[in-house]
Design a protein around this ligand. Structure first.
Ligand code: BES
Ligand code: ZN
Length: 641
């Protein structure tokens, strides 16, 4: 065969395997069973008892459902591991009529569809209203309980809390875990208001991502009822609850911190800039539209650094470093009040619209509040972490608009969405100027406020409202490469690492033996400078050099969770075993996936490390959140699915 024919044959093979799948349809949520073009849930009412004894939520959800298609007869909801007792139609007078329902088959990452037979739509009043058909609302009541292993909930024993006396419960719905404790249309393109009555044993406090209503006196069973109301329509992944020994400390009239009593003072001091952050974000990107902004400090098993639940971000205690050096995470969760909560990704393919935009906003806030140097350092560290993420990702997963149909959407949480997304916006800022970019973003948030959009809707808006401002400044081909291409485009405007030059020089001299460990200028290093130093040490650092660092700077005992993580990676690589007891303690107390996953990965690279990883994980797993356990299972027990 001549070589051109060979090439043509290869091209055909490539093309046919690419078409083995249907092309992805923008705007379609492949991670939800909900038939959203036939019915739309508009409001969710929750009435739930919290039982720490059985680790279940028990009660009912009333869904106010709008019929979009008059011929639709089956309402399909998302569910995972739910015990459904009954489904009924609630009449205007409160009377209930039973409805039949059945579960469909379980699907990977998606749970099970819950199919509810709906009554026929009332006759069409077309002649009188002039509308094609009436779209009446009905209220569907689902009596149910969650199960102890609900993927969206973590039930903690008293021993896993700071106070050690009372149990704790918190939810983490993003991406697709709302369905494990509420039967609903679990898709970010469905927005609903919600209200809730939550009954908890007296002595415990319930909070939700909503306005807080009155609290009842204990009833005959010793249960206290908390009431909540969210008046803005939000996607299901932003419904959130926590129950525990929770106290409140006001920072300003509209901001404050919730935490366990033993943590509240440290938290209030660390996050004393909360009001300034909100004010800064408003001055940059328009009014804060959610009323209050509070944060809840979770126990250390929280699987994420932060979760932008509206009015009440959930935050890992691992950002309490004592010196505010990790507070950009709060800026990040706050910024989601614009990018994410106000304008929401319609599907998990569009996750970069949430996270890339939010990292851009976060850096703008950090720059304003903590200075350009700090912002620059965080930007450089972000790009480093993007590069190492890219090195491990196959090309299709390097796209901003990413096809996750075969994936767990929780695995879409990579720096490609975050840092490449941010780099795209920085590229646009560079081409159009900071002020025009800011004006553009403000108008974008206004235009799409309280809507869920997909990538192509953003691109249309971008073409019409920014690209036209300076014709030719950015070509369509450049946009296409940024959004649908792999890697970092060559036209990217990345931060110069000049800001770390002194640290890099110190590291080099130290490695070359020209600078002693004691003479490293590290006493003045910020957290970011320490991360730059540690993250860029050679993988084959000799054990005795690691030992010197630890003896001089007590890195194994660092109370800064990020520095400790970077240090433990160095220690594992150098097989510096005096660090292992502290490493083990770290893995047993912290459950944040981003901090523990790299450590297990590093340990699994050698037989000795693997043994330590397995022994530690056996002990740690019961205390990890389901999301973290899912991730670590894949690393430590690669053959077990
Ligand atoms: N929304 C994310 C967390 C998330 C994403 C949870 C996808 C589940 C699925 C949150 O805003 C976030 O990005 N948290 C980061 C911190 C941030 C500073 C990069 C985290 O948890 O590390
Ligand atoms: Zn985020």
């Amino acid at each position: 065969m001549r070589s051109w024919a060979k090439l043509a044959a290869l091209a055909w093979v490539a093309a046919s395997s690419a078409h083995a799948d249907e092309p992805i349809k923008p705007g379609v949520d492949y991670h939800s069973f909900a038939n959203v073009s036939e019915f739309r849930v508009k409001h969710v009412l929750l009435d739930l008892d919290v039982s720490f004894k059985t680790r279940t939520l028990n009660g009912h959800a009333d869904l106010t459902v709008l019929r979009e298609n008059p011929n639709a007869r089956v309402l399909v909801l998302d569910s995972r591991d739910l015990d459904i007792r009954s489904v009924s139609l609630v009449g205007k007078d409160g009377s209930t009529t039973p409805l039949t329902f059945k579960f469909g088959d379980e699907q990977k990452y998606r749970g099970r569809p819950l199919n509810i037979d709906m009554p026929e739509a009332p006759p069409t009043p077309a002649a009188t209203t002039g509308k094609r058909f009436a779209a009446p609302e009905s209220v569907i009541r689902i009596d149910y309980s969650s199960q102890p292993q609900a993927s969206g909930l973590q039930w903690l024993t008293p021993a896993q809390t700071n106070g050690k006396k009372l149990p704790y419960l918190f939810s983490q719905n993003e991406s697709v875990h709302a369905r494990s404790w509420i039967p609903l249309q679990d898709s970010p393109q469905v927005r609903a208001t919600y209200d809730a009555t939550i009954r908890v044993p007296k002595g415990l406090v319930a909070v939700m991502s909503a306005a807080h209503g009155p609290v009842s006196k204990p009833d005959a069973n010793g249960l206290v009822a908390y009431r909540f109301e969210m008046r803005e329509a939000i996607p299901s992944y932003l419904i959130a609850i926590a129950v525990g020994d929770i106290k409140f400390h006001a920072i300003s009239p509209r901001t404050g911190v919730y935490a366990e009593p033993g943590v509240i003072d440290a938290a209030a001091a660390e996050f004393s800039d909360l009001e300034r952050m909100v004010a800064t974000c408003e001055s940059l990107f328009g009014p804060y539209r959610w009323g209050r902004y509070d944060i809840l400090i979770l126990p250390p098993s929280a699987p994420f650094g932060g979760m932008e639940n509206p009015r009440l971000s959930f935050i890992t205690p691992t950002v309490i470093a004592g010196d505010k050096s990790l507070v950009s995470l709060i800026a990040h969760e706050l910024a989601h009040s614009w990018s994410g909560n106000l304008v929401t990704n319609a599907t998990w393919r569009d996750f970069w619209l949430n996270e890339g935009f939010t990292v851009y906003l976060e850096r703008r806030i950090v720059e304003q509040l903590y200075g350009a140097r700090r912002e620059r350092m965080e930007d450089v560290l972000g790009v480093q972490s993007l590069r190492s993420e890219l090195a491990d990702a196959d090309p299709p997963h390097q796209q901003l608009a990413v096809d996750l149909r075969k994936d767990d959407p929780d695995d879409g949480v990579t720096d490609i969405a975050y840092e490449k997304g941010k780099a795209f916006l920085s590229f646009l800022e560079n081409r159009f100027g900071r002020d025009p970019m800011q004006a553009f973003l403000r108008s974008y948030f206004d235009h799409f406020a309280f809507q869920s959009i997909y990538t192509e809707q953003f691109l249309d808006y971008l073409r019409a409202n920014l690209l036209t401002k300076k014709p030719g400044a950015v070509t369509e081909a450049q946009i296409q490469e940024w959004v649908y291409g792999p890697g970092i485009p060559a036209d990217a405007v990345l931060p110069s690492d000049e800001v770390f030059a002194p640290v890099d020089a110190a590291r080099k001299s130290w490695l070359d033996g020209k600078l002693s460990t004691a003479s490293l200028p590290a006493r003045d290093w910020s957290t970011q400078e320490w991360l730059q130093f540690l993250n860029n040490l050679p993988a084959n650092l000799p054990r005795d050099r690691a030992a010197e660092l630890d003896k001089t700077f007590a890195l194994s005992k660092s109370r800064n969770a990020e520095i400790a993580m970077s240090w433990f990676v160095v220690a594992i690589r150098a097989d510096y075993d005096p660090a292992y007891a502290d490493l083990q303690h770290y893995l047993l107390t912290i459950g944040r996936r981003k901090l523990v996953r790299p450590l297990y990965e590093e340990l699994m690279k050698t037989p000795r490390g693997a043994a330590l990883a397995r022994a530690t994980y056996t002990q740690a797993r019961p205390g990890y959140h389901p999301i973290t356990a899912t991730a670590i299972d894949l690393i430590v027990q690669p053959n077990k699915n």
